[in-house]
Design a protein around this ligand. Sequence first.
Ligand code: LLP
Length: 436
Amino acid sequence: YGTQTVDEKGHLTIGGVEVTEIVSQYGTPVMVYDTELFKERASGFKETFEKKGMKAQVAYASKAFSSIAIYQLAEQQGLSLDVVSGGELYTAVAAGFPRERIHFHGNNKSREEITYAFEEQIGCIVIDNFLEIDIIKEIASERKQKMNVLIRVTPGVEAHTHDYITTGQEDSKFGFDLKNGQTDQAFNALLDHEFVNFLGMHCHIGSQIFETDAFKFAAEVLMEKMMEWRTVHQFICPVLNLGGGFGIRYTEEDHPLEPAVYVEEMAEVVKSMAGEYEYPVPEIWIEPGRSLVGDAGTTIYSAGSTKEVPGIRTYVAVDGGMSDNIRPALYDAHYSSAIANRMNEPHDQQWTVAGKCCESGDKLIEEAFLPRVETGDLLAVFCTGAYTYSMASNYNRLPRPAVVFAEKGQHQLVVRRETYEDIIKLDLPLHQQAKE
Ligand code: LLP
C-alpha cells in the first residue's frame, strides 16, 4: 500500500521510516499513517471533478479518524470536513479548520450542538429530521443569522455491503424518505425561510461499497426529484451531495475500483442528466471517509504469548485488540498482516491473531499467514486507518495507542499514547462516610 516498502534489513517501512524506529520511539501498539497516500487520495478525488470541469467539494468524513492533525492535513489538501457531533466540531475548531468548509451531519443533533454550529458559522448543516428543521428555523430567526442547509434523504437504494452499515434503504433511522412525501414536506418547510438557505439534497447509501451502480442509481433518483422541484416550484438546487462509501481493499478477497472511478461515474450521470434536461449542473459534494484514511493506516503490535491448540490452531496474542480495533468483533471484518521486523521470511504458517481483551471473540485475524512468530516480534495489521482509533475504547482499561504520521523519512506523533493517569481522569472517589 502507498509508500510501504521493505528495506535491506527486511524491515517494513512506511513513509520512508522503519517501523522498528517508530516502535523504539513510541512503543506499541502504535498506528502509523502514510500521509502521502492520504494526500494522493484527496487529490485523486478533486482532480476527477476538475477534469470534468465540474464544481465540487470533497469533504473528509472524519468519523473515520478524527484528530487535530488529520483535520489540519485535510485543510492543507483543500478538503472540506464532515463532522457528526459537537465533539468533532470542537476538534475542527481546535484545529483551526475553516468554518465555511465544515458540514454538520447526524440524525439527532441536539439544540446545543446546532447552536454551536451557528456560533461557529459553519458552512452547512445537513438536516436529518423534522425536529431539526424546527430547531434550525428557531435559532436562525432568533440570531438573525443565515445558515446553509441540505436535507438528507433515503433514496431507497440497497447497496451490497454489510447490513449494519447500510443506510440508504427505506427502513433507515437516517433522513427523509424520498418516496412517501417526507422529502417534499421537508423541502416545503424550508423553502421560504428568511434565514435558511436551502441548497439541495444529500444521500449516503452505505459504506465499503464496491459497485458503481448503486451510486449512479442514487444520483439519478435525486436528480429526478430536483427536476420535479424545478417544474413545480421553479426551484433549482445549487448542490447535490452524494455522500461517501467508496470501498477499499482490506485483503485479497476485496476487489474495489480505484476510489476516483466511483466518483467519475456518478459525476457522469449528473452531468449527462443535467445536459439532457437543460438543468444547471449542480455543484457535487462527496464525503469519503474510509477511502481517504483506510489504507493509509497500519497498526503495529508486539507479539506476546503464543498458544497451540493441537490439530486446530495456533494463537499469537498481541498487546492491543478489540479496544483499538473493534471491527473484526463487530462486523466480522477481515484484515491482512505481516511480521514487520522479518518481512523477507516466508509468511506461510497459519496463525490466529488474538487481542488481549477478556473475551473469546477478541480475535483480530482468524487466518493470518506469518512466519514462526516469536515473542517480541512486531505484527503489522494493514489498512486500519478508518473506524479503528475513532471507535476505540478503554475496555479492560487498556490505554489507547499512540498515532504517528510518517512521510518522506520523517515522523511525527499526532496523538500521544494514553497513560494510566488519563484512564482515571474522569473518575471521582466515593464520598467519605459521615462520621457517627
Ligand atoms: N457520509 C455519511 C453521511 C456517512 O454516514 C458516512 C459513514 C460517510 C459519509 C463516510 O463513509 P465512508 O466513505 O467512510 O464509507 N463503522 C463502520 C462504518 C460506518 C460508516 C458510517 N457512515 C465500519 O467500520 O465499517
